[in-house]
Design a protein around this ligand. Structure first.
Ligand code: PA5
Length: 445
């Protein structure tokens, strides 16, 4: 069942010539990806990942999740970048918007996040929340050496051991990391934690359909089997080069728009549950394409909220943007606008309508205004917000990212640029082994 549809009619006219001309490079990029002979081809493990996930792995993940769900009121996912954004994207898209404000229910823990920043207050406040509580930890790091999650893990591991006892803590900690390398692997082996492997050939931002994303998503109570099934379906839909292939259409069009001067892509949602999906998407495209002095800048807005802030810029600012709108066809809950006898707010003309009818008219009105204002509009319609649709959408964006990156002429699977801040931070913190860099950076200050 096809749960997502791409509609390009309000975008393609802005770059018709380039779109036509890009057909050849889209086909070449797709072929390079399929044949695995492009740059970064050591990291193509995600390409056939959905269809190769075994039932055994799904069952094992569900079993671990059930253990954590039974024994914890909170599960703290420790990870950063690709090691947390995918899980957070799916969990927040599928959760009640106020889930975190309800008290945890038995066998239904709250999933919280740590190690995705170096916020001292954030860490201390999370410690405060977890004091005296039953919690578990999923620590995720492919390299096993990333500073942010390492700091958080040190703190929350110690806290858990103090609260639950060292032996009991072992059953409440699960590590997701490289099969052999890295400090986290060594620690997990030494302490006897249950572990999951992040395949070598799957980079962080392409890893949501590995245990990196699947375990936290299962802990939050969502159906990972359906998520994977959705991804498999898109893997099949997008398997072959064709002008109808939605992956090719999107990759080809965004490159055409880029060539015609649209340097910023704004991922728009009209459903606040998709806020973190856009964060995941920003990482996927930003880290994959922003290199060699090239790349569309990925931005995101939540509408209609941000129509009252960024809306002005989008309507009348520099004409270097295009929008990709995620539109959910049907909300899961019906709520109608009530009639009010006094009608002091003047909105009785909306009485009896579903809130989503207003939202859909806001979406249509915004599209017409933005297109009239020179902003191309790609629409991606989602049948509904569920695991199956999100699985399709994840794989759709992953594959389109690979194709698009090759069309751009960069290696979409590395991230050399993220090392620069780390090197400076280590030098400034006088990390052993960085003596020369410390001397050099101090001379600059
Ligand atoms: O996409 C990536 O490779 C990065 O964003 C990583 O996921 C991020 O830096 C975290 O790395 P690690 O999982 O090694 O701790």
């Amino acid at each position: 069942m096809k749960s997502i549809e791409i509609n390009i009619q309000d975008a393609v006219s802005f770059a018709e010539k380039q779109y036509k001309a890009n057909r050849t490079s889209a086909v070449e990029a797709m072929t390079t990806l399929h044949e695995g002979n492009g740059e970064g081809s050591d990291f193509l493990g995600w390409l056939h990942l959905p269809s190769s996930i075994s039932q055994e792995l799904i069952d094992r993940i569900n079993k671990t999740a059930a253990r954590l769900r039974e024994n914890c009121d909170y599960v703290v996912c420790i990870g950063i970048g690709g090691s947390y954004l995918g899980a957070k994207a799916v969990i927040s898209a599928l959760s009640d918007s106020f889930a975190d404000l309800y008290a945890p229910a038995p066998h239904n823990p709250k999933v919280l996040y740590a190690g995705q920043n170096i916020g001292e207050e954030y860490t201390a406040e999370l410690e405060k929340l977890l004091t005296g509580k039953k919690f578990g930890i999923i620590v995720i790091s492919k390299s096993g050496t990333t500073t942010e999650p390492a700091i958080a893990f040190r703190i929350f591991k110690e806290m858990l051991e103090n609260q639950a006892g060292k032996e009991a803590a072992k059953d409440l900690i699960v590590a997701v990391t490289d099969e052999k390398k890295g400090a986290l692997r060594t620690l997990a082996t030494q302490e006897g934690y249950e572990t999951y492997v992040i395949p070598d050939n799957v980079g962080g931002r392409f890893s949501v359909l590995t245990p990196v994303g699947l375990l936290p998503i299962a802990c939050a109570g969502f159906d990972i089997q359906k998520l994977v099934a959705g991804a498999v379906e898109m893997e099949n839909t997008a398997a072959h080069e064709s002008e109808e292939n939605p992956v090719e259409v999107y990759a080809r069009l965004r490159n055409a728009l880029y060539q015609s001067g649209k340097k910023i892509e704004i991922l728009v949602n009209f459903n606040p549950k998709l806020h973190y999906f856009a964060e995941w998407w920003k990482q996927l495209y930003g880290e994959s394409e922003g290199k060699d002095g090239k790349g569309i800048f990925p931005a995101a807005v939540d509408f209609t909220t941000d129509l009252h802030s960024m809306g002005q810029w989008i309507q009348e600012g520099e004409r270097t943007i295009f929008e990709t709108v995620l539109s959910v066809k049907k909300p899961a809950i019906t709520r109608r606008i009530p009639e009010d006898a006094a009608n002091l707010d003047g909105i009785n003309y909306l009485s009896g309508k579903r809130i989503d009818e207003v939202n859909k008219m806001a979406e249509l009105g915004t599209k017409i205004a933005h297109v009239d204002g020179g902003v191309p509009n790609i629409k991606i319609e989602l049948a509904k917000l569920d695991e199956h649709t999100l699985g399709q959408l994840i794989y759709f964006f992953e594959k389109a990212c690979g194709v698009s990156g090759y069309m751009l002429g960069i290696n979409p699977f590395n991230q050399p640029g993220v090392e620069a801040y780390k090197k400076n931070m280590f030098a400034l913190l006088e990390k052993p082994g960085y003596e020369k860099e410390t001397e050099a950076i101090k001379a600059k200050l």
